[in-house]
Design a protein around this ligand. Structure first.
Ligand code: F6R
Length: 607
């Protein structure tokens, strides 16, 4: 998705913008650009393609020369990737330059209106409408103009604006798209993602919806949509800069797989004290007992975490739990009320559909709980309470450690809630706490399977499609395994609940079709084994992920991947590891862009 960075201070701005944009590359983009006040006018450099093209065009950041500027990486929505459609977009006079993340939903009406007023457009973007509108409304007063613009724009936006009459000021405003102001000494920043400015400052103001920030070298002022001054709390971000660097690994994806034991430890350890789960969320036992229904809404891998958590919550709490895609939940008129707990799971905390699902749930009176990684993100701030996953920055577009820490956070939540409802015995409680505490070490051991999976990848990498099967929690993890493989290696891959095979998909199995069976759960081991036999009889090549104490199935499976035994309800945390490696090694062998798969973006802030 698009990225914004801006700087005002005393240093040459272009290298800072290029550096910041480099930190946002992981989000996915197709073009990049900068606009800088060069002492005489706003100078724009922008180009379709990778940031390297922009670096070349600016001689590595030597020009444009100036100390205030805005930069952007664009992920095309309105208008194909091209030099002209790249951001910054400018007004006809070139006196206003705009970078924009999001979608202006009423851009067409605004564009038609401006055309009727004689304004000429050069790009196909919705962003140019903002630049032209700003200039059209401009009355010499930046704040007054910005409030007027906020008043008419519909849709989602984070905007950085420069105006030639005020070469000391960046204007930043947002609605439904992330934006923050970084505060330094004698210099200030704007960014859509803290990773872009972490090198320079960790003190930030999170800009709220429809707020307008005027950012100057000497200071920052924030106003509401009516132009009234707002007092903002300065927040300190304690993410480690190193965590956002590759640290010797060839890819962030691999680095983040290997970071999972530590990330899961960070999520779990501080929350278990003297054998008790203690969560920092304001949810009393009485509140927990009031719920007669739970909904989980999320997108992509976070949704698959929800699928695993759904099995867990129903099993431990005996409370009906529905897991739904956030994009469906928001439009399905969900049966949600004051007695419903709605859990939103999101790494970025900015996913548009998840955010909309959250609002939908809130509007119906539900208690909303966000399981979220990015502190201060929109979902974290809007939910009634947030359980942070503390995975640190996740740079690879495809998730690994955020997925694992989301699972871990939900295990803790389920144990706490089951205890509050007295739906488990004290012995079971103690057993589950021990099982969750053991996970970081078990995940570390599971990573030892890397080489074995690499060999499997060498056999399977040219397959046109791969099937994944499992039941219950094992099924939940196959969904994630199939997604990882398709997004990283562009291999058609599908996950099916074992019992579903006979209802259609088995017709696709032929000689040599690779099937990955996840069968770590002892209770359903034989059931899944029967499904394995069914596909084996039709010529499939089988690999199976089983627990280390599972019986030998070498007559059925060509490749047996053993992961440490653990509490069956938590098995996804271990069985996902070989699936992550499988996607990684197949993608490597196919020469894919592992950290930035085609067409994908790290956080999907538009619907
Ligand atoms: C897949 C992946 C995505 C995200 C999804 C939700 O590897 O990363 O499917 O899980 O886009 O994103 P968040 O968790 O930021 O809401």
């Amino acid at each position: 998705m698009c990225g914004i960075v801006g700087y005002v201070g005393s240093r040459p701005v272009t290298p800072i913008l290029l550096d910041g944009l480099g930190k946002l590359e992981y989000r996915g983009y197709d073009s990049a650009g900068v606009a800088v006040w060069n002492g005489d006018r706003i100078e724009v450099e922008k180009a379709k393609g990778r940031l390297s093209v922009l670096r070349e065009n600016t001689c590595g950041g030597v020009h444009p020369v100036g100390c205030i500027g805005i930069g952007h990486t664009r992920w095309a929505t309105h208008g194909k990737p091209s030099d002209i459609n790249s951001h910054p977009q400018t007004s006809g006079t070139g006196r206003t330059a705009v970078v924009h993340n999001g979608i202006i939903e009423n851009y067409y009406e605004l564009r038609q209106y401006l055309i009727s007023q004689g304004v000429q457009f050069v790009s196909d973007t919705d962003t140019e409408v903002v630049a032209q509108l700003f200039e059209y409304y401009y009355n010499g007063d930046l704040l007054a103009t910005a409030t007027r613009v906020v008043g008419v724009l519909e849709g989602s936006y984070a905007l950085g604006i420069l105006n030639a009459d005020h070469p000391d000021t960046m204007v930043a405003l947002r609605r439904d798209a992330p934006l923050l102001v970084g505060v330094g000494e004698g210099e200030n920043f704007i960014a859509s993602d803290v990773a872009a400015i972490l090198k320079y400052t960790r003190d930030v103001y999170y800009i709220d919806d429809k707020e307008i920030a005027l950012v100057r070298k000497q200071g920052v002022e924030v106003y509401d949509q009516y132009g009234r001054k707002v007092d903002k709390e300065l927040r300190h971000v304690d993410w480690d800069v190193q965590a956002a660097e590759k640290g010797g690994y060839e890819h962030f994806f691999l680095k983040e797989i290997m970071e999972q034991p530590e990330a899961v430890r960070a999520t779990i350890s501080p929350r278990i004290k003297n054998g008790r789960v203690e969560l920092e969320i304001p949810l009393s036992d009485e509140d927990i007992r009031k719920f007669d229904k739970i909904y989980i809404a999320a997108c992509g891998s976070a949704y698959y975490v929800g699928v695993a958590a759904g099995y867990l919550l129903e099993e431990l709490l005996r409370v009906p739990t529905t897991v739904q895609l956030a994009s469906e939940f928001r439009y399905q008129n969900p049966i949600v009320d004051e007695k419903t707990l709605v859990i939103i799971i999101s790494q970025s905390g900015e996913t548009a559909d998840s955010r909309a699902a959250l609002r939908e749930a809130k509007s119906r009176g539900a208690t909303t709980l966000a399981v979220v990684n990015v502190v201060g993100s929109s979902i974290a701030r809007e939910a009634d309470m947030s359980l942070y996953t503390w995975a640190g920055p996740e740079i690879s577009v495809a998730t690994t450690k955020a997925y694992s820490t989301q699972l871990a956070a939900l295990y803790l939540l389920a144990i706490k809630m089951a205890d509050a409802r007295r739906s488990i015995t004290d012995e079971r409680y103690a057993e589950l706490v021990r099982a969750v505490e053991a996970l970081p070490t078990l995940i570390e051991r599971a990573l030892g399977i890397k080489e074995q999976v690499q060999q499997l990848a060498a056999k399977w990498f040219s397959a046109e499609h791969v099937f994944f099967i499992g039941r219950n929690t094992d099924y939940a993890v196959t969904l994630e395994g199939a997604l990882k493989l398709k997004e990283l290696s562009y291999t058609m891959s599908e996950a099916y609940a074992g019992g579903e095979l006979k209802h259609g998909p088995i017709s696709l199995i032929e000689d040599g079709t690779p099937v990955m069976a996840v069968m770590t759960g002892a209770r359903l081991f034989d059931k899944t084994l029967s499904n394995v036999k069914e596909v084996l009889a039709r010529g499939a090549s089988i690999a199976a992920i089983v627990g280390e104490s599972a019986r030998d199935i070498s007559t059925e499976a060509d490749c047996i991947l053993r992961v440490p035994d653990c509490e069956p309800l938590f098995s996804a945390s271990l069985s996902v590891i070989p699936l992550q490696f499988l996607a990684y090694y197949i993608a490597s062998l196919k020469g894919c862009d592992i950290d930035k798969p085609r067409n994908l973006a790290k956080s999907v802030t538009v619907e």
